[in-house]
Write a protein of this length. Structure first.
Length: 237
């Protein structure tokens, strides 16, 4: 997708759509189910991606830039995509040679991804980051978290970050891509930017921060402040 095509796609996402997403997220959080609104949104969409603000139909440009810069190739290693939505990031990682599992808390999103990518080598699964399957713990050489944290209320993020850390295999990598904010800045509305102070939970839980990037994401208009952080899980051997 060219920058012009991306702008045209995002122009279809109306103010009403964004307001509806905000209302769903805030209502779900107030009801004590901070991730329940994802299924509501996908189910309401009726397989029309114009109702899903983050459905670009292509891999995340910030993920692609990282993969290209680091010259990442899978070599058959296991990778996990968190909150995979319609599967664009997962499909690209398969092309890079990873054995990919991709999950979303929304059953409709997973059904949709399977329809879009019929015959895919990605294993699409319904799962909740806050309660991942035990078999996934410590199992993945690469864990990609892109834009899920910023869709979770602050009160939920500590638990989500601990689960992320637990999914990385010894010697493996966790990549986090999210909207960023200063530690003392107002969080505003959804998508709620993430602070570096919040992300330090990952280091408390044993991961080593290898690289932290704080930059304007010019793929957005206007550009959004973005964090892209790379963590490594120590390998005791």
């Amino acid at each position: 997708m060219t920058p012009e095509e991306r702008r045209a796609h995002r122009a279809r996402i109306t103010i009403d759509t964004r307001r509806h997403v905000r209302d769903l997220a805030e209502a779900a959080d107030a009801a004590g189910d901070p991730v329940g609104w994802f299924e509501t949104l996908y189910a309401e969409a009726g397989f029309d991606d114009r109702a899903i603000p983050w459905a670009d139909g292509e891999p995340n440009v910030n993920l692609l830039a990282w993969l290209d810069r680091e010259r990442v190739e899978g070599g058959g290693r296991p990778a996990l995509v968190v909150g995979c939505g319609l599967g664009d990031d997962a499909e690209h990682l398969v092309e890079r040679g990873f054995a990919v599992t991709a999950f979303d808390v929304s059953p409709t999103a997973i059904e949709w991804a399977r329809r879009l990518h019929a015959g895919s080598r990605v294993s699409y699964e319904v799962a909740d980051l806050l309660q991942p399957p035990a078999a996934w713990l410590g199992a993945y050489a690469l864990v990609v978290e892109s834009y899920t944290l910023q869709a979770l209320p602050i009160a939920t993020r500590g638990a989500a970050l601990r689960r992320l850390a637990a999914l990385v295999a010894p010697g493996g990598t966790l990549l986090v891509i999210c909207r960023g904010r200063d530690d003392d800045a107002d969080v505003g509305g959804i998508p709620w930017p993430v602070s570096r102070a919040e992300l330090r939970v990952l280091e408390t839980d044993g991961l080593v921060l290898e690289r932290a990037e704080d930059y304007p994401d010019v793929s957005e208009e206007p550009p959004e402040r973005r964090f892209r952080l790379t963590y490594r899980a120590p390998d005791p051997s």
